[in-house]
Design a protein. Structure first.
Length: 231
C-alpha cells in the first residue's frame, strides 16, 4: 500500500473568531483534585455547532433530515476532489463555483469519484485572521465571500454520486445569499456539508482521502469537525 501523509484541513485558530463575536468555544480551565499529588487540568466547553470548521448535518435545513449522530461512519471517509477557484474569487469576492468549474476539473482529472466530497478552494481561508475580510461585511450589513452556485449543487446531486460539499468560507451559499438555495437543496437530500475548511491549497486536486472527525452527539444538527486529508 502506498505511503500516505496526513494534512490537517480544519482551522484550529478559528475559535478566536468566536470570541470576537461574543462567544467562546473553550471556557476557563478548572483544576481537578484536592492535593498536589493527584490533580489534573480540565475545562468546560460551550459548543457552537455551526462555527469554526464544522459539519452541517442534513437536519440543519430539513426537519426530517438525519442528525449528526445518525450519519454513517463509512460516509465520513471519502475521496476528496478539490476545485480551485482562487484566482476567480480574488477578482470577485461574491464568486460562485459553477458547473463549468466542475467540468474543467473533470477534463483534467477524469470523472468525479463516486461517494466523494467536492471542496471549493477559493483561497478565503488565508483571510481567517482578518474578520473584516473573511466575512466581507459591508456598510449595509451584507456579507461578501465565495460560495457554490445552486446550479452546480443541483448538477452534483443529479449527475454525480457525491456525498459531501465543502467550502473554505463561512457558508456553502455565498455571502450575499438571502435564500440559501444550496443549503435547502443539498442538506435535505441526505448529504452533508463542511464550512470553514482550511489548507485546501496544500491538498492535491484529486487522489486524497478525507477523514471527517465528528463527535457523535445525540440530535446534533452539526458540530465542530477535525478534518484530515490522507494524501
Amino acid at each position: 500500500m502506498p505511503e500516505r501523509f496526513a494534512e490537517e484541513v480544519d482551522g484550529a485558530a478559528l475559535p478566536g473568531a468566536l470570541e470576537r463575536l461574543g462567544d467562546r468555544l473553550l471556557q476557563s480551565g478548572v483544576r481537578v483534585g484536592d492535593d498536589q499529588l493527584h490533580s489534573a487540568q480540565a475545562a468546560k466547553w460551550r459548543i457552537v455547532e455551526h462555527a469554526g470548521t464544522h459539519l452541517d448535518a442534513p437536519i440543519h435545513f430539513s426537519e426530517s433530515g438525519a442528525t449528526a449522530d445518525k450519519i454513517s461512519a463509512h460516509t465520513l471517509v471519502v475521496p476528496l476532489a478539490v476545485v480551485d477557484v482562487a484566482a476567480k474569487a480574488a477578482q470577485n469576492p461574491d464568486y460562485l463555483l459553477t458547473r463549468e468549474d466542475l467540468a474543467d476539473w473533470e477534463k483534467k482529472h477524469r470523472r468525479l469519484p463516486d461517494n466523494c466530497c467536492v471542496a471549493m478552494q477559493s483561497g478565503w481561508a488565508q483571510h481567517v485572521g482578518n474578520p473584516a475580510k473573511f466575512t466581507g461585511k459591508d456598510g449595509s450589513g451584507v456579507f461578501h465571500f465565495p460560495g457554490v452556485s445552486p446550479q452546480a449543487a443541483e448538477w452534483l446531486m443529479k449527475e454525480r454520486n457525491v456525498l459531501g460539499l465543502a467550502v473554505d468560507t463561512l457558508s456553502l451559499d455565498h455571502g450575499p445569499s438571502k435564500d440559501f438555495k444550496v443549503h435547502y437543496a443539498w442538506l435535505p437530500s441526505g448529504r452533508w456539508g463542511l464550512e470553514n475548511v482550511a489548507n485546501l491549497d496544500k491538498v492535491p486536486p484529486s487522489g486524497a482521502m478525507l477523514v471527517v472527525g465528528l463527535a457523535k452527539v445525540k440530535d446534533a444538527t452539526g458540530g465542530p469537525a477535525r478534518l484530515i486529508a490522507l494524501v
